[in-house]
Structure formats: structure tokens, C-alpha cells
Design a protein around this ligand. Sequence first.
Ligand code: GDP
Length: 445
Amino acid sequence: MFATLSDRLADTFKNLRGKGRLSEADIDATAREIRIALLEADVALPVVKEFVGAVKERARSEEVSGALNPAQQIIKIVHEELVTILGGETRRLRYAKSGPTVIMLAGLQGAGKTTLAAKLALWLKGQDKTPMLVAADLQRPNAVQQLQVNGERVGVPVFAPEPGNGTGDPVDVARASIEEARRKLHDVVIIDTAGRLGVDQALMQQAADIRDAVQPDEVLFVVDAMIGQDAVTTAQAFLDGVGFDGVVLTKLDGDARGGAALSIRSITGKPVMFAASGEKMTDFDLFHPDRMASRILDMGDMLTLIEQAEKAFDSEQSLKAAEKLATKGGFTLEDFLQQMMQIRKLGSMTKIMGMLPGMGQFRDQLENFDEREIDRIQAIIQSMTPAERDNPKIIDGSRRARIAKGSGRQVSDVNQLVDRFFEARKMMEQMARGGGVPGMPGVPG
Ligand code: GDP
């Protein structure tokens, strides 16, 4: 699921790497690539247009954040827009204020309704509910039995018509089930209804009759994510014919391209509430738009890093550093120390590096990275006088010996740090000339 879309978006962002600033042409090219990626993922055209339009608009107009480079900025915008089209906030079940909460499932045959009924029942048990399953799919041979088998697997009772005893009417079964739930003190009733291979009038009518008879608190439309844009068409038909409150996407473990997940909310106006991603009873959970968006972007914990960077980054301080660079004197060891403390606020170096996509190949080095290295650098700089920090050029041999002694390090360590500092400064000056905001300069090692 989403693999191609993820890859395509990652390629798009890769093209932005190393850019100091986004030109109009960069934004257009990026928007074009995102558009193609979404169309290839089978996202409905109106949704694609709206999405790309929003990203473009924001990329152009949004205030440039000092904490993020342009690629990160675009990733952030795309992520937020993905969350929006996926529905924003997680939509949770609404429980009835009194009496059992009635959940009715509707959808095409093969969508995964019967399987889902049991998964949902198990999930509800985990929420300290005492659900009951209702077999109101009397059309498909074995549907009742299948629900009974599944019910047994998850330890949830199934209400079904007695074999050979007036099994005909699903509306009666559904109605009777509510009474049964009241008697047996079940607090949630899940009604599995019949599906057909395609949308037809009789199917819609039956579902509508059950709906009218039991007045569900939630009607959930169950749809196979693998059918792509057909899911959206079917959803529209059910919305017109029966109406529903939320969507359950099944088979998200398959190689669906993602079009259904990304289009359904915008087209129907109804939220995706649950997602099923496998044949196991536990392969089921609430649908979280933000987590799904992160999964689509497949950016490791890049998004967490972006968030943390924004929080930790003291833009005022960086502005001061940039100003300083632009005027005389330039970047000093004191600034170097401040920058390092900023980075420190983000967490451990190993963690920060580990969050960056593509860092997997450096795992060994990362694991061997000694966090104490930063402490040592800090100690050395703190053993310098303000004059030395301001103007490192004056740090001669005897000063180096004194600093080494003061910080409990070797003279060679002091030499190495001073060399690194001059390198970092050179880099920063180049960046400043290039017009970019120095994002995270001076990272040692
Ligand atoms: P119904 O006709 O809507 O009741 O559909 P079923 O519950 O009988 O499911 C149809 C098929 O899809 C069965 O073979 C299920 O095992 C399978 N299935 C259901 N949900 C999932 C899922 O999330 N992932 C996968 N891979 N298969 C599923």
C-alpha cells in the first residue's frame, strides 16, 4: 500500500535538497511531480487538483521558517495537506447515551464486512465494551456460519436466526437483536448486512429498511481499498441509497495504490473511521489521518525532527548569528557553542541523525558515536576566555596548553576543535553568501 506514492514523493523532495531558497520554477516543478504521483496512485482528479493547489499556494505565501530548509518546509506542507484530505482529526465512535449502541455495517459482497464485524467486536472488547454480533446477511450462503465462526474466534456471541425457523427476513432479525442485546446487557450491537456483487436497488432497499428498523447510532460503509477509485463510486452510491456516517477501509495490507484512502473523504464528506490491514483478527484499528499521512510520506521520523527543530530553534538567536556574519567579525566560538546547545535541545546526536531518512547505511557509525564528544567540546570552549571565544585567531600555543589543562583534555583535542571551528565558519560564510539561512551549521564530526 502506498509504496509507489511514497517513492515518488521521496524523489520529489530529493530534488529540493540543497536548495537555499525555492524559486517559482521549483515550486511549479514540485507541484507537477506531486500531481503526477497522486494521479498514479489513483486519487480522484478533483482531490488531486485541490491538494496540489493548496500546496502550491502555501509554498508561495508561507513565511519562511528559520528552522527548516526549503525541502523540509515542503515536506511539512505536504504532510499537513495529506492529514487534511485524510480527514484531519481521528473520528471516534459515538456511543449511545442510553441503551445499546447500534452499529450497522453496509457494503459490497467481498468488501470484508463479515471479517470486519468480528475484528470490530474484538476491538470493542479491548475498549471494555460487551459487544454482540448480529447476522443479518441472510443472502450469501454461509454468511451466518462464517460470522458464527468468527464470533467464536473473538469470544463474542452472535445473534442469528434459528436454522429452519423463519430465517427469511433480515429486518426482523435486526430488530429482534436489539431486544436481545437489552435483555443480555450488551452495550454495543454490530449488525452485519448482506452485500451484493454490485450496487443494486434491492440491496440498497434492504439496507435502508434495516436502518429504519434499528435506527443505528453509526452506519459504517465497509469498502475494499484495493478497488481504488471504484471504492469512491460505490461509496457515493451507498451514500445516496442508504447513507452512512463513516467509512471502514479494508485490505490496506494489499498492494492498493492508495487512491481510495485519499479520495473518499473529500468526495463523500464522510470520514474514514477504521482501517483493516490483514486477515488476522487483530489487524484492525482506528484510522488516524496524521499517522497515515506520515506513513505515506515514509520519512522515517523526519516529521518528528521537523517538529522538534521548529520548537527548539530560537529564531532570534539565529538571526543574531546571521547578522553577525553579515557584519564584521563573523561567527565566533561563542556562537559555535550556542549553536551546539541549540542542536542539543533536539535530543541526542545519535537520535537526531537516526531520524534523518537515508541514515540507515551509517547505522554502525551512529551506534559508535560518542555523545560525550559534545560535552568535551563544550568543556573546551568554556575553558576559553571571552576574548578567545570572540577571536579564536589569538589562541596560540600557550593559550592552547592552558585551555587543555582547564578542560582536562589534550592539546591535540584543542587543536582539533579550533580547526573544526574554522572549517565550520568557512562553510557558514559560504552559506551566508549563497543567501540561505544557515540551518544547522557547525555540527561536529
Ligand atoms: P463480506 O462479503 O463483505 O462479508 O467479506 P468477507 O468478510 O467474507 O471477506 C472477503 C475476503 O476478504 C475474505 O477472504 C477475507 O479473509 C478477506 N479479508 C477481509 N479483510 C481483509 C483484510 O483486511 N486484509 C486482507 N488481506 N484480506 C481481508
